[in-house]
Design a protein. Structure first.
Length: 570
């Protein structure tokens, strides 16, 4: 380039060089900015990913931890949150003949030697039966509920075919108490009988099994009921016994027992035979306990108005049948005397005067024509006839001709004394104010009058042995012959006492029943309810009253002044 050209470039292009230099710097800065932006985006994405993985992993681990901490099956408790049924991990002893690789020779020692060693670890194990199982070469359980120390001893035997798998075990801390309420869990982990069956899906649901289910029963009242029923059953050599304590205002079952019982922790052959629930599933003709229901229906319908009226108490002849009293009570009786002395003939005449349609409808409204309403799966069908006729109507009036469960009777008595409202029984603890509305069966005035009459039976009549001091018990005895081939069997009775307390403001109904009691020294050689079922209630009420919030008070009672002058005024 010539000197002249250089000069020309410098002289005319100074601005161009400056612009070029500035442009290059801007490009460089822009590139650095883009690199920074890209790096920032990558860093942000990495941090977000790390955060997400950390949170999701924490959620997963938390969920897994929570699931691991949940019981394998939900708990059942009583109304005071006392555990009734729990599940926990346990061992079992399983025989696996293929563990040694040679099914023909699965044991190191002889089957009898191994069975003898196992019997030393598990006292009561049948050596002969166990040896036979081992020798058969068939896999199967040898023992359930194996304790950790027992498992260690089994391992020390050195027999590879004896395996100890971990399983879920259902445990009932109270043993046989409340067995018919609870039921049990079978080898496959499914609930059977009782509330275990009713709540099976709920107790196995992972979303719900962490929250125990509170039942309505009070464990203390349950224990007292079972104890007194057992004493009464053994004292009279009865075939069985049943009882229930029911809240008259809510329908909550505070206690329910059927004897003989079974142990849900270990189901034996005898236990399986005793799973039948006499309270909810077995129907009986409950005899004279129906007489107050007949009188209540007659009062409600206006058939009985004058309590001083005296009814003919002689034998009643209907067609070819004769209704008579077990012993002479009197030639004429008023309503109070009829219930106090338990007259069949006057009860039949009142039912006849009331008529089939009204008596039938009253009993239908009390739920006696259908299976009892309660959550338990075992619910007996009543023996109920659609057409009665005059004779059956009169028989029903004093407790024969239809058969129902003790639960039916308890719910009916609750309606009779609580102001006249029938409600279904429930095995669930109810929150205050959530009791079902129910349906009105009797007028409040009728219920008030029946409370007086039931109290009079306990003070002056067949229910004297149930009158626990200070608890104002009222109730009615019932001694019904059991039907058999060719008619009723005079030697077999169902003895029942249906009661409520305290009668000035009823809180609970109590029904106690003995199946085929015998006349023994303890019952003064009598088989009727006044001598065997009523005393059970008389001993039970003072035990459960304070537990359930009813304390004895001898300074108060229901007013009987308008009816007392009518007693014995022949």
């Amino acid at each position: 380039m010539s000197l002249a050209a250089v000069k020309t470039a410098f002289s005319g292009g100074g601005v161009n060089l400056t612009t070029l230099r500035q442009h290059s710097l801007n490009v460089a800065r822009l590139r650095v900015l883009w690199v920074a932006i890209i790096f920032g985006c990558v860093a942000t994405a990495a941090v977000a990913r790390i955060s997400y993985l950390g949170v999701s992993d924490n959620v997963t681990r938390t969920a897994s931890l929570e699931d691991a901490l949940l019981p394998p099956r939900g708990e059942l408790t009583d109304r005071n949150d006392v555990p009734l049924a729990r599940a926990f991990p346990a061992y079992a002893l399983w025989y696996n003949p293929k563990a040694m690789g040679d099914p023909k020779d699965p044991l190191v020692r002889s089957a009898r030697e191994v069975a003898t060693d196992l019997e030393a670890i598990f006292p009561g194990l049948d050596v002969e039966a166990t040896a036979e199982k081992l020798a058969s070469g068939k896999p199967g359980y040898l023992q359930r509920r194996v304790l950790p120390e027992q498992a260690n001893k089994v391992m020390a035997l050195g027999e590879l075919s004896l395996e100890l798998p971990r399983e879920t075990d259902r445990h009932y801390p109270q043993g046989s108490m409340g067995a018919h309420v609870l039921g049990y869990v079978d080898a496959e982990g499914r609930g059977q009988v009782g509330m275990e069956q009713v709540l099976d899906d709920r107790l196995m649901d992972p979303a719900m099994r962490g929250t125990p289910v509170a039942l309505s029963i009070d464990l203390r009242a349950q224990g007292a009921l079972e104890d007194e029923l057992r004493r009464g059953m053994l004292a009279t050599n009865a075939k069985g016994a049943a009882g229930i304590v029911l809240d008259v205002d809510t329908g909550e079952v505070m206690a329910l027992a059927s004897l003989p019982e079974f142990d849900p922790n270990k189901i034996t052959a005898d236990g399986a035979n005793h799973m039948f629930n006499r309270v909810t599933n077995q129907v009986y003709e409950l005899g004279s306990t129906f007489k107050p229901l007949t009188v209540a229906a007659a009062i409600d319908a206006g058939v009985v108005r004058d309590f001083g009226r005296r009814y003919d108490a002689s034998d009643v002849k209907v067609g070819g049948a004769t209704i008579k009293d077990g012993h002479f009570i009197g030639n004429h009786l008023n309503v109070a005397e009829t219930l106090i002395h338990s007259s069949n003939t006057v009860s039949a005449r009142i039912a006849d005067e009331l008529g089939e349609p009204k008596l039938r409808q009253s009993l239908v409204d009390l739920g006696l024509s259908e299976r009892p309403e309660i959550e338990l799966p075992a619910r007996g069908h009543p023996i109920w006839h659609e057409k009665w006729g005059r004779l059956r109507t009169m028989n029903v009036g004093f407790g024969h001709g239809i058969a129902v469960t003790p639960l039916h009777l308890a719910s009916a008595y609750a309606a009779m004394v609580n102001g006249g409202t029938w409600r279904p029984a429930t095995m669930y603890r109810l929150a205050p104010g959530t009791a079902p509305k129910g349906r009105r069966v009797f007028k409040a005035s009728t219920s008030s009058r029946m409370r007086q009459l039931l109290r009079m039976i306990a003070v002056y009549g067949t229910g004297k042995n149930a009158d626990a001091e200070g608890f104002r018990v009222g109730g009615k005895t019932g001694s019904a012959e059991k039907p058999g081939r060719g008619g009723y069997r005079e030697t077999t009775l169902v003895s029942t006492f249906a009661a409520a307390f305290p009668m000035d403001k009823p809180r609970y109904v109590v029904v106690a029943m003995l199946d085929e009691p015998k006349g023994t020294t303890a019952s003064s050689f009598q088989r009727t309810a006044a001598w065997n079922a009523a005393p059970i209630v008389g001993k039970l009420v003072p035990r459960i009253g304070p537990i359930l919030g009813v304390r004895p008070d001898t300074s108060r009672d229901i007013d009987l002044s308008d009816l007392q002058p009518l007693i014995g005024a022949n």
